[in-house]
Design a protein around this ligand. Structure first.
Ligand SMILES: Nc1ncnc2c1ncn2[C@@H]1O[C@H](COP(=O)(O)OP(=O)(O)O)[C@@H](O)[C@H]1O
Ligand SMILES: [Mg+2]
Length: 386
C-alpha cells in the first residue's frame, strides 16, 4: 500500500538556493506534500511525481539560474514557478527566459502561495488526452502481467475508459490472464497498411472482461513480433493516449525496442520488484539504465510484489539494496495464482481479498478514478505528464 494512501494533496518539488527558507514557512501546510532535499515536514511521498516545481532563489538576479533550472528539469518536467526574495526587478523577464509557468516575489502569504501552486498544477492538466502507465521489471516472473491486468481492470471499474497494451512482444500473456481470445493482435495492427490512428487502433482492440476495458494483445507467436518497428509502437501509443483515459502497458523483462518506446511515451513507470536478491540485482541495474535513458525518477514508482513470501528480504534491506524508496507493497497471496489459472483477474475473482484490495488502492493512487457511471464527464488521472 502507498504509505500515504490515496492523498489528494499537491506534490511540490522544492528546489533552489533559498528552498530551505520557504520550506520552513509552508512545511506545515496539510494540503501540500513537499518533495526534494528541502522537504523536512515528513509529508513527502517518495517516488511520486511532482505536480509543480517551486524554484526558490535569494534574489531575482541570481547568477547561474538557467543552469540550475536545467538541472531541476532532469528530475521533473512539471510546471515550474520561479520565486525570488527581495525586489521584483527583472523577475518577469527572468521567469520568461527560463520557461517558468509563473513568477512570485517573496515573502507572500501561504494563501497566495497555495493559490499560485494549485493554478500552475491545474493548468498543466491537458484536456482529454489520456495518460500512459507502463508496468516494467527487468526480471521475468515478478508479477508484471498480474499487476498490469489487475490495474487495468481496477481502472476500468472506476469508470475510466481503459486500454491495456501488451508490449511483451514475444511471450505476452495479458490476453490469457484476462480470459480474452484475441481476434487480432498488435502485429496485425502494425503490419496492416497505412498509419495507425485512433480509428484504426479501435478496429484492432478486443473487448476485455469488464466494461470500459479493451486489450491490444501481444502477437500469438514470437516470430510475429519482428514486423513491429519502434515507429509503429510510438504511433500506437499516441493513438491510445488520444482515445483512452488510462493506458496501461504490460512489458517483457528486456530493455528492447518495445520498452524504449513505452518509456518514451509514458507518463509514469511502475517498476515491479520481488523481495529476492536476484530481483533486487536486476531492478537496481534497471533503475540505473532508466537514469541513463533520462527518465525522471519522480515519474518512477517502485512496487514490491509478493511481500510476506517465506524467506523474503525485508523492506529496509530492499531500499538499501536499490538505494531507492519503495512506493507500494503488494502481499504474497495464494489467491493470485488461483485467479490467474482460472483466467480471471484477482480483483474480479477475489474482490475483497488482500491482494485485490492493495492493487485497487495502488491503481487509485497512481491513476485516479473515473467519474460516476451516469456522468459523461471524467476526472483525471495520472499526474506529471510530460
Ligand atoms: N502477489 C502475488 N502473490 C502470489 N503469487 C503471485 C503474486 N504476483 C504474481 N504471482 C505469481 O507469479 C507468477 C508470475 O507472474 P506474472 O505476472 O506472469 O509475471 P511477469 O509478467 O512479470 O513475468 C504467476 O504465477 C503469478 O500467479
Ligand atoms: Mg508477463
Amino acid at each position: 500500500m502507498h504509505r500515504n494512501g490515496h492523498s489528494p494533496s499537491l506534490r511540490v518539488l522544492l528546489s533552489g538556493a533559498a528552498a530551505d527558507q520557504l520550506a520552513s514557512a509552508i512545511g506545515g501546510e496539510p494540503t501540500l506534500s513537499l518533495l526534494g532535499p528541502a522537504a523536512r515536514n515528513g509529508n513527502a511521498q517518495a517516488g511520486s511525481p511532482a505536480d509543480v516545481v517551486l524554484h526558490v532563489v535569494p534574489s531575482s538576479s541570481s547568477p547561474g539560474l538557467a543552469e540550475e533550472i536545467a538541472e531541476v528539469r532532469k528530475a521533473s518536467a512539471a510546471p515550474l514557478i520561479l520565486a525570488a526574495y527581495g525586489e521584483p526587478n527583472g523577475i518577469v523577464e527572468t521567469g520568461l527566459a527560463v520557461g517558468a509557468a509563473d513568477v512570485l516575489t517573496l515573502p507572500q502569504s501561504n494563501e497566495t502561495l497555495l493559490f499560485a501552486l494549485r493554478k500552475a498544477a491545474l493548468a498543466n492538466r491537458t484536456g482529454d488526452a489520456g495518460k500512459i502507465l507502463t508496468v516494467f521489471s527487468p526480471k521475468g516472473g515478478s508479477g508484471k502481467t498480474v499487476l498490469s491486468t489487475n490495474i487495468a481492470v481496477a481502472a476500468a471499474r472506476s469508470g475510466l475508459k481503459t486500454l491495456l497494451v501488451d508490449l511483451d512482444l514475444q511471450f505476452g500473456d495479458a490476453a490469457l490472464a484476462l480470459g480474452v481470445t484475441p481476434r487480432a493482435t498488435i502485429s496485425d495492427l502494425a503490419s496492416s497498411s497505412g498509419h495507425t490512428d485512433v480509428e484504426k487502433l479501435k478496429a484492432f482492440v478486443c473487448p476485455g472482461p469488464t466494461a470500459d476495458l479493451a486489450l491490444l494483445p501481444a502477437p500469438t507467436r514470437p516470430e510475429d513480433a519482428q514486423v513491429i518497428r519502434q515507429g509503429d509502437l510510438k504511433a500506437i501509443l499516441d493513438a491510445a493516449r488520444a482515445s483512452y483515459s488510462a493506458v496501461i502497458v504490460d512489458t517483457g523483462p528486456l530493455f528492447d525496442a518495445a520498452i524504449l518506446a513505452a518509456v518514451d511515451c509514458s507518463d509514469h513507470l511502475l517498476i515491479v520488484c520481488n523481495p529476492e536478491i536476484t530481483s533486487l540485482k536486476n531492478v537496481r541495474i534497471g533503475l540505473e539504465t532508466l537514469d541513463r535513458l533520462g527518465f525522471p525518477r519522480d515519474r518512477t514508482s517502485i512496487v514490491v510484489n509478493r511481500v510476506g513470501a517465506p524467506g523474503g528480504v525485508v523492506r529496509r534491506e530492499i531500499e538499501q539494496a536499490l538505494e531507492a524508496e519503495i512506493a507500494y507493497e503488494l502481499p504474497d497471496d495464494p489467491e493470485v495464482p488461483k485467479a490467474l489459472n482460472r483466467a480471471v483477474p484477482a480483483v474480479i475473482a477475489d474482490e475483497g481479498g488482500r491482494f485485490a484490495r492493495a492493487v485497487s488502492e495502488l491503481a487509485r493512487s497512481l491513476i485516479g478514478e473515473g467519474a460516476p457511471a451516469a456522468s459523461p464527464q471524467r476526472r483525471s488521472l495520472l499526474r506529471g505528464r510530460r
